[in-house]
Design a protein around this ligand. Structure first.
Ligand SMILES: Nc1ncnc2c1ncn2[C@@H]1O[C@H](COP(=O)(O)OP(=O)(O)OP(=O)(O)O)[C@@H](O)[C@H]1O
Ligand SMILES: [Mg+2]
Length: 500
């Protein structure tokens, strides 16, 4: 008796049946998309169509959000093209540099968020066309509605608040699943506030290279009973946007493989205790360390080590930029949701074996990034604790003082303006922990800027550094008194100079 479970190489068949996918599959297509990731898919398409402007518009009807529109001034689609566009997996050929690849994005993104998606479009020298997928209807027999061309034309001809264009595309989502379900203005406002923040952060990051080049402008707004409110533009958010490298000699480039299998890793180290928006991103630093993978300049992975090492806090400063223009055989392939790559068996070993031109390996890089992190924290721990800065110091300034120096758990030093009796620039009230600045110089120093509570951060920061230990000491010695005299004389002369 043979132990093999199958006895023949080929499988005998007796005919075939056609099994059309159940339309239910439409609904599960983009299940793991968030709203902002789904919108990124639509923006991908607009960018591929050469759009200069893309507008994301929430349409509000008082206490409800009713729909969402994404409008662009790209090259648009004519009749034949729009049917392929609405087809799940619809195939076309792609030019070099395009973000599209799978023929899924529009459908997956739309059905992950809405029960109905309408696309209207106008290409050069062609009439406007439109199609609509409605989930309940599609589920019966995959039938897609043809939108009245006159309606499509009128929609596109609307003034969208960017320069008029003869071509363009509009995608409209109705019955959006994630919108607040209760009719309440506060619920709508809260929703919009958080959606705007997420969309700005996500799209600003994903498309930062394209935005920085100025190829396209991404706009978001809300239409409320015909009025346009809250219009903002998405700013680029560069995850490598530090002002100064965290470690001398970095970034370094490690090249892996050759020819079609070549990967180029640009290994960066952020400065210790960085706090810029570009560093913090969504605040989840452990997940934002690692590989930043760009497919035709569109970020498709924002952090993660893909098995190269374990994420840990000490690697928070390590970010690696990796550019690809397609799948790399045996090494990595794109995921259809464009939110990461799958790595193949050759990925890890080839990177571990490689080195930069000066002989630095990937594991040296990780050591350096950890070292920079530890060093930065160690230095902070050995610094003398100081009195915290209080009112009058801008919040960002307070935070950055707190990051550099350990703060004592005591009353803070305030800095305030008042008219001092004579020409002195400042006065120190040790008991009240107030650093007074003479109001008579305020205007001269602040110039045309508005003199708010947190004005003149540079001068305040310098004075804080100078005087903190005067406030902190038990009592003032002769040395302290003399110092104050010197500072007073020099700063008063400087302030008078400024005032003249
Ligand atoms: N805003 C648009 N302007 C012009 N053509 C568009 C637009 N949106 C979609 N299309 C057309 O519809 C097609 C299908 O879009 P879809 O996002 O579903 O797939 P894709 O972009 O081809 O591939 P991927 O799944 O990688 O996104 C696109 O290839 C494009 O031809
Ligand atoms: Mg696409």
């Amino acid at each position: 008796m043979t132990q093999r479970s199958d006895t023949s190489e080929s499988i005998p068949t007796t005919g075939s049946v056609q099994l059309v996918p159940d339309p239910r599959s439409l609904e599960v297509l983009g299940r793991n998309h968030t709203l902002e990731a789904a919108l990124a898919e639509l923006v991908d398409n607009s960018i591929d169509a050469g759009a200069k402007h893309v507008l994301i518009r929430f349409v509000r009807d008082g206490e409800r959000l009713v729909r969402l529109l994404v409008v662009d001034d790209g090259s648009g689609m004519a009749d034949e093209r729009i049917d392929i566009a609405m087809t799940v997996g619809g195939a076309r050929s792609y030019d070099d540099g395009e973000i599209g690849r799978f023929g899924l994005g529009l459908k997956a993104a739309s059905f992950s968020q809405a029960r109905s998606v309408t696309v209207v479009s106008a290409a050069a020298n062609a009439d406007a066309v439109g199609r609509r997928w409605h989930l309940t209807k599609a589920k019966q027999d995959y039938r897609c509605d043809i939108v009245d061309p006159a309606f499509a034309h009128a929609l596109l001809a609307h003034d969208w608040g960017f320069p008029e264009s003869p071509t363009g595309t509009l995608v409209r989502w109705d019955d959006v699943k994630g919108f607040p379900t209760v009719a309440s203005p506060t619920a709508v406002e809260r929703f919009l506030q958080s959606a705007f923040a997420k969309i700005r952060a996500h799209l600003g990051l994903i498309f930062h290279r394209i935005l920085t080049r100025g190829d396209v402008r991404l706009l978001i707004d809300v239409e409320d009973a015909g009025d346009i409110v809250l219009r903002t533009e998405v700013p680029a958010l560069d995850p490598f946007g530090y002002h100064r490298t965290g470690a001398a000699g970095w970034p370094k480039r490690i090249q892996v493989g050759r020819g079609k299998r070549k990967l180029v890793l640009d290994c960066h180290i952020w400065p210790g205790r960085a706090n810029a928006d570009e560093f913090r991103l969504d605040g989840n630093l452990i997940e934002r360390q690692g590989l930043y993978i760009y497919y035709n300049d569109r970020l498709i992975q924002r952090g993660g080590w893909n098995g190269l090492c374990h994420a840990d806090k000490q690697l928070n400063l390590a970010r690696v930029a990796l550019d690809i223009d397609g799948d790399v055989e045996q090494v990595l392939s794109l995921k259809p949701e464009k939110n990461g790559v799958e790595v193949g068996p050759a990925f890890g070993p080839s990177i571990v074996a490689a080195a930069s031109s000066d002989g630095t390996t990937f594991s040296d890089y990780l050591d350096h990034a950890r070292g920079t992190f530890k060093e930065a924290n160690k230095r902070r721990r050995t610094r003398q604790p100081v009195l915290p800065p209080g009112k009058g110091f801008a919040p960002k300034l307070r935070r950055s003082i707190g990051r550099e120096l350990p703060l004592k758990n005591e009353d803070p030093i305030e800095v305030r303006w008042k008219r001092l009796p004579d020409a002195d620039f400042f006065d120190i009230d040790r008991d009240g922990r107030i650093l007074w600045l003479n109001k008579r110089y305020r205007k001269a120093l602040a110039g045309d800027r508005r003199g708010g509570l947190n004005d003149l951060p540079v001068i305040k920061a310098l004075l804080y550094l100078l005087t903190e230990n005067i406030f902190a000491g038990q009592n003032m010695g002769p040395r302290d008194k003399d110092n104050i005299e010197v500072w007073q004389a020099i700063l008063t002369a400087a302030a008078r100079e400024e005032a003249e």
